[in-house]
Design a protein around this ligand. Structure first.
Ligand SMILES: Cc1cn([C@H]2C[C@H](O)[C@@H](COP(=O)(O)OP(=O)(O)O[C@H]3O[C@@H](C)C(=O)[C@@H](O)[C@H]3O)O2)c(=O)[nH]c1=O
Length: 188
């Protein structure tokens, strides 16, 4: 397993080892112990799976408030996404900054999204399926978001006119959104 750091401490790209043979391939797509060896401690309690039929479908920017915050471990099992996280921890040196990563069914890359980050993705091809494990259950009551194209955040999405849900079309701007995360310093 290869672990690639991102600009955000605790946000990681993970590439599982693949074993190819004449039949195809085998890989361990999730192994708690291996992740723990790389500092990822996650008590998985729910797994999600979404299908987006059209290329240019954008889901985001989402998070749950602190008492129900979720770390997420994502992978693409069909198609491809431009996957984005935004640091929404007050006082963080990277507060309000974003980074995007390409995850595809081919490259097998997984993204570990820590708590304290908003998350969203845009599909790059039709029929893209995303699966992700989370360490806190879904809570509609704590579900929050801000608008995908907030100029203050300035995410360079690969689409200008995405397919959106009604919910995602009506999020507030980031500076009007409710978020309650605070940066807790660099982990030793
Ligand atoms: C996320 C979620 C949604 N739902 C329900 C609520 C709603 O009726 C329906 C669709 O929900 P949404 O429109 O929020 O689905 P979606 O836009 O795919 O939301 C997801 O987007 C990505 C970017 C994330 O990071 C996820 O955490 C999640 O917020 O599914 C659950 O029952 N459990 C869940 O865990």
């Amino acid at each position: 397993m290869k672990v690639i750091k991102t600009k955000f401490e605790g946000a990681l790209l993970i590439e599982p080892d693949m074993f190819q043979d004449s039949r195809g391939y085998f890989m361990e797509s999730y192994k708690k112990k291996l992740l723990e060896e790389h500092g990822v401690v996650m008590d998985v309690v729910q797994e999600n799976h979404s299908l987006s039929r059209h290329a240019g479908t954008l889901r985001g920017m989402h998070y749950q408030l602190k008492t129900k915050a979720q770390a997420k471990l994502l992978r693409v099992t069909n198609g491809a996404i431009f996957d984005v996280i935004v640091d929404i921890r007050k006082n963080s040196p990277t507060f309000g900054e974003w980074e995007g990563y390409i995850l595809t069914a081919e490259n097998k890359r997984q993204l570990l999204v820590p708590k304290g980050f908003a998350h969203g993705f845009c599909t790059l091809v039709p029929d893209t399926e995303v699966q992700y494990k989370v360490d806190e259950v879904y809570s509609g009551e704590h579900d929050r978001g801000f608008v995908w194209n907030d100029p203050l955040i300035g995410i360079s999405w690969p689409v200008s006119n995405p397919v959106l849900s009604d919910k995602d079309s009506n999020h507030p701007l980031f500076d009007q959104a409710e978020y309650d995360f605070t940066w807790e310093g660099v982990k030793a």
